[in-house]
Design a binder for this molecule. Structure first.
Ligand code: 13P
Length: 252
């Protein structure tokens, strides 16, 4: 399986020109990386301008979408609309959207809709904090099972799971995740996928890690953490750092 390196730009940058600039620099930098798929997920307002660059070798992703194809949903953007402007991936269930009120039920509808529209879904799951009794493990279990409640086996080829523990995300994160933290959680996620969809299909779903990914921890997260790729936030806005993360993944 190719390693998957995804950048989530969040609500950055401020202009389409800057977005195009970082996108083309990344494309230039990752040219020839054969063992890695690189994706940039950007704010919806920039996606058309980025797609217009006709860049090869880096796929375009959105950071959210709504369910349904058209309809009376003021301010929302559908998966079909994204697909029609050249988008290939969409992040769903990110903790920053869950914090705004998205629940597993809504996320499950969005996933179904996005996959039907032909997008690949990057589903984010992750606990707010860890506890001695391991309650967070059942939280993770329920989050994954409920978010995937509308998904069938045939949909799995268009699904990536991103383990993003909320306590390790962002510059104010209380602590960094260790590769052991990541390994433990991803083992659980893979086990749940196997329980839900059977061994072969369940183990075929890539599980990646996100939360303060940088050029220093990328290698150990992949090798010791046992993940199929990385989802970088802050470091993906710096083309040099993001390319370096992809280069590291490409050597594994
Ligand atoms: P940071 O890499 O900035 O911690 O963000 C992680 C993230 O939320 C990616 O989706």
């Amino acid at each position: 399986m190719k390693k998957i390196i995804i950048g989530n730009w969040k609500m950055n940058p401020e202009t389409a020109k800057e977005a195009q600039g970082v996108f083309s620099d990344v494309a230039l930098g990752v040219k020839g990386f054969r063992k890695t798929s690189v994706v940039i997920c950007a704010p919806s307002v920039f996606l058309e301008a980025m797609n217009a660059l006709k860049i090869k070798g880096v796929s375009l992703g959105a950071e959210n979408c709504f369910f349904g194809d058209v309809g009376p949903y003021t301010g929302e953007i559908s998966a079909v609309q994204l697909k029609n402007i050249g988008v290939k991936y969409v992040i769903l269930g990110h903790s920053e959207r869950r914090a705004l009120g998205e629940d597993n039920e809504l996320i499950s509808k969005k996933i179904k809709s996005a996959i039907s529209a032909g997008l690949k879904v990057v589903l984010c799951v992750g606990e707010t904090s860890r506890d001695e009794a391991g309650e967070y493990l059942s939280f993770l279990h329920d989050e994954l099972v409920e978010s995937l409640s509308k998904i069938k086996k045939v949909d799995l080829k268009n699904l990536i799971i991103a383990y993003e523990p909320i306590w390790a995300v962002g510059k104010n994160a209380p602590r960094s995740a260790t590769p052991e933290d990541v390994h433990q959680a991803t083992l659980l996620l893979r086990k749940i996928l196997v329980e839900m969809f059977g061994r072969e299909s369940g183990l075929g779903v890539p599980v990646i890690y996100g939360g303060s990914v940088n050029t220093k921890n990328a290698l150990e997260m992949i090798t010791l953490g046992g993940v199929d790729g990385l989802l970088a936030g802050r470091e993906s806005l710096d083309s040099d750092k993001f390319v370096e993360i992809a280069r590291i993944a490409n050597t594994v």
